[in-house]
Design a binder for this molecule. Structure first.
Ligand SMILES: Cc1cc2nc3c(=O)[nH]c(=O)nc-3n(C[C@H](O)[C@H](O)[C@H](O)COP(=O)(O)OP(=O)(O)OC[C@H]3O[C@@H](n4cnc5c(N)ncnc54)[C@H](O)[C@@H]3O)c2cc1C
Length: 417
């Protein structure tokens, strides 16, 4: 088909931005892999203009934000669960429960456990994966044992349930909690869990100790909490790497010494979701997806976008966006606007995302820190980050209001309160 004058003009006007793909006559097909915070947000916003299919391996959505409170027994967890099918029916997209195993970019097709699906646009919003094998030096049986007995509970699902049982049963001895090297999902969440465990030990007067192994620099606010409120319960080791785990003998090898543990929550290093790694979406020498930092288009194919926690470094100034639900969700909106702009020939300038995270500094009495991340573009085009933290000594349900607002944005009227 000959190129029209309009197409030529459009191509030259857009030579500095992402290439424009001209509108196809039918409603374009968008496939979204992953029904987490990023995927749900993109699905809702694209459903108005496109034929959207959301593929997710789990039957229901379970929120990780505010889940630590449920782990601590302070929430019955009912409103953390949402129904995918109901949301899809009300918001005008299709939901398919299945596991996506492959992406064929040449054919524009994804293959899943229950069928193959063609797309015009693909959004990969599949979250994180954890490389257990690194802690056990590639021993598969040991990795499986580690995952079964000492899960991180960092993805929604069965692991979180076993974590809850583990914490309820813990009645004494050495408890080990390690943090992965940054970047990892929801930076304050492991500290919040540490506070919960320390409080469990202290309030029951258990003969027990929590050792926290932290390969990163210490988080000042939590370091103070550990030393002031939990001096007898917590042994906090910042700037210390967990090198190796023997999950059978329950021995952890740190930088300098070995420690024995009776129980543990072990957090292996994190990377982009497996579907990214297995389909060439990650950058070279990086465990994270290689994307355009402004519109999240995959650098190898302009019809493929990666959003949420899988996204790699976006700025030479601060590296990765914090891996949080709100940021993932805002990335979903940015990509939806980008796709709509391209299919309607009305390119938009992408907004920058932002995020808010709540984490408990103390469960009893409740004390919460609110962490806000904001962004702007510097003169030379680099993205700049400003993170502020505010302590609420007398929280009045701000974190509940935040979750309700976001569940409303993701699930519409299908939201449970
Ligand atoms: C304890 C805890 C507390 C948190 N608190 C906060 C908070 O206060 N505020 C905040 O903003 N964030 C918080 N977060 C972080 C937040 O949960 C994540 O950043 C967010 O879930 C990332 O969204 P995502 O869409 O990238 O990934 P996810 O939400 O993990 O969604 C990815 C989805 O993809 C699916 N999937 C993956 N691969 C496939 C495949 N091959 N086929 C089909 N489906 C697939 C997964 O099942 C999953 O449902 C917290 C996290 C934790 C662990």
């Amino acid at each position: 088909m000959p190129i029209t004058r309009r197409q030529l003009l459009l191509a030259s006007a857009c030579s500095l931005c992402a290439p424009t793909i001209l509108a196809s006559p039918a409603r374009p097909k968008v496939v979204i892999i992953g029904g987490g915070w990023g995927g749900l947000s993109a699905a809702r916003q694209l459903a108005k203009a496109c034929d959207v299919l959301l593929i997710e391996r789990n039957a229901e959505f379970i929120s990780l934000p505010l889940s630590n409170r449920w782990l601590a027994g302070l929430d019955d967890g009912r409103r953390l669960r949402q129904n995918y099918q109901k949301a899809a029916d009300q918001l005008g997209y299709r939901f398919h429960q299945g596991e996506v195993s492959g992406i064929d970019m040449a054919r524009r097709q994804v293959s899943s456990s229950t069928g193959n699906f063609l797309y015009d646009w693909l959004i990969v919003a599949a979250g994180i994966s954890e490389s257990d094998h690194e802690l056990v030096e590639g021993d598969r049986a040991a990795a499986a044992h580690l995952r079964q007995h000492f899960p991180s509970g960092y993805a929604a699902g069965k692991e979180a349930l076993s974590l809850k049982e583990k914490l309820a049963k813990f009645s004494g001895g050495e408890f080990l909690l390690n943090l992965p090297l940054a970047p990892y999902r929801c930076p304050p969440a492991p500290y919040e869990r540490a506070v919960m465990i320390a409080q469990h030990i202290k309030s029951r007067g258990l003969k027990a100790r929590l050792t926290i192994v932290e390969p990163n620099a210490p988080w000042a606010g939590y370091q103070r909490v550990f030393s002031e409120q939990f001096r007898d319960q917590v042994n906090y080791l910042p700037n210390t790497r967990l090198r190796k785990i023997d999950p059978y003998r329950r021995v952890a090898t740190l930088d300098i010494d070995d420690i024995h543990f009776d129980d543990a929550i072990l957090m292996p290093p994190q990377q982009a979701a497996e579907i990214c790694r297995n389909n060439g979406l990650n950058g070279s020498n990086s465990g994270w997806a290689a994307v355009n930092p402004k519109n999240f288009a995959f650098l190898g194919d302009e019809r493929v976008f990666v959003i949420g926690d899988s996204v790699g470094a976006v700025s030479a100034l601060f590296g990765h966006y914090p891996k949080t639900g709100e940021l993932a969700s805002r990335m979903g909106s940015i990509v939806a606007q980008e796709i709509i702009g391209r299919i309607t020939d009305k390119p938009t300038t992408p907004e920058l995302p932002e995020g808010t995270c709540f984490a408990y500094l103390s469960m009893e009495p409740p004390q919460v820190v609110r962490i806000e991340s904001r962004y702007r573009i510097r003169g030379d085009g680099e993205i700049m980050q400003n993170i502020s933290q505010k302590r609420e000594n007398n929280p009045q349900g701000e974190e509940d209001a935040w979750l309700n607002t976001w569940h409303g944005a993701l699930f519409g009227a299908a939201t449970k309160r």
